[in-house]
Design a binder for this molecule. Structure first.
Ligand SMILES: CC(C)(COP(=O)(O)OP(=O)(O)OC[C@H]1O[C@@H](n2cnc3c(N)ncnc32)[C@H](O)[C@@H]1OP(=O)(O)O)[C@@H](O)C(=O)NCCC(=O)NCCS
Length: 199
């Protein structure tokens, strides 16, 4: 589940977050001036109900909270996903959880079904193993979210079991499938690598 919200810490690390370029996308650290665009995209129940912490409705103030909290802790890398013309289309990244780095992601609905999530996550996963030094990544997807499960499979994640996740937008818990990607598996399949680290 995406946990790209309310990341507690002290030091802002935007300057240390690189721009990651893929064939069609550029991933960069979020900035406060992005809040309106992020809110316009994320304010959709189809996104909120499939993520852990995104509220619905999602207002500009929620986006500001997300942006202000992003990239403050070591081991984390939170990015906005943009088209190469700089249009913001979603967000993704790695945040720290008890079991290690956790992958989170969402795209605005108009951008679904074009392979963008998979393309963005390939870049973020490469970044997590090469720059952040993670040995394994976790992810979860609601059992009612086959698109998210498919994206994780396309990124090499393996199913590890089921669980329950608290979903803020429905004010309730919901069953999820849990997934894990270990460094050795990533090493074997990472030739998807078309990501360029720009800065
Ligand atoms: C999940 C999400 C990020 C996927 O983004 P996307 O850019 O459409 O994903 P991609 O196009 O890279 O891949 C989607 C895959 O799911 C498949 N898919 C989509 N809907 C499906 C369905 N109902 N049943 C089975 N497979 C489905 C697509 O066919 C594609 O697989 P393929 O390439 O093998 O054909 C997007 O739907 C989203 O933001 N959802 C709301 C938030 C969310 O769920 N975040 C994840 C939290 S765990």
């Amino acid at each position: 589940m995406t946990l790209l919200e309310e990341i507690p810490s002290e030091t802002f690390r935007e300057g240390s977050i690189p721009v990651l370029e893929t064939k069609r996308l550029a991933l960069r650290a979020p900035r406060l001036e992005d809040a309106k665009a992020v809110a316009a995209l994320a304010n959709d129940r189809r996104i909120a109900e499939n993520t852990a912490r995104i509220p619905h409705p999602y207002r500009v103030a929620d986006a500001e909270t997300f942006i202000a909290g992003a990239n403050k802790a070591g081991g984390e890398g939170v990015f906005l996903v943009t088209l190469r013309d700089k249009t913001i289309i979603g967000a993704c990244g790695i945040v720290n959880q008890e079991q290690g780095g956790e992958l989170g992601y969402w795209l605005g609905v108009p951008y679904w079904g074009k392979g963008y999530a998979t393309e963005a996550l390939h870049a973020v996963i490469d970044y997590a193993f090469t720059d952040l030094g993670h040995e394994a990544l976790q992810a979860g997807a609601r059992v009612t979210n086959p698109a998210s499960r498919r994206v994780l499979e396309k990124c090499g994640f393996q199913w590890t079991g089921v669980g329950l996740y608290r979903i803020r937008a429905i004010n309730s818990s919901a069953p999820i499938d849990r997934f894990r990607l270990e460094r050795r598996v990533w090493s074997a399949i990472k030739n998807w690598g078309r990501m360029t680290r720009v800065s």
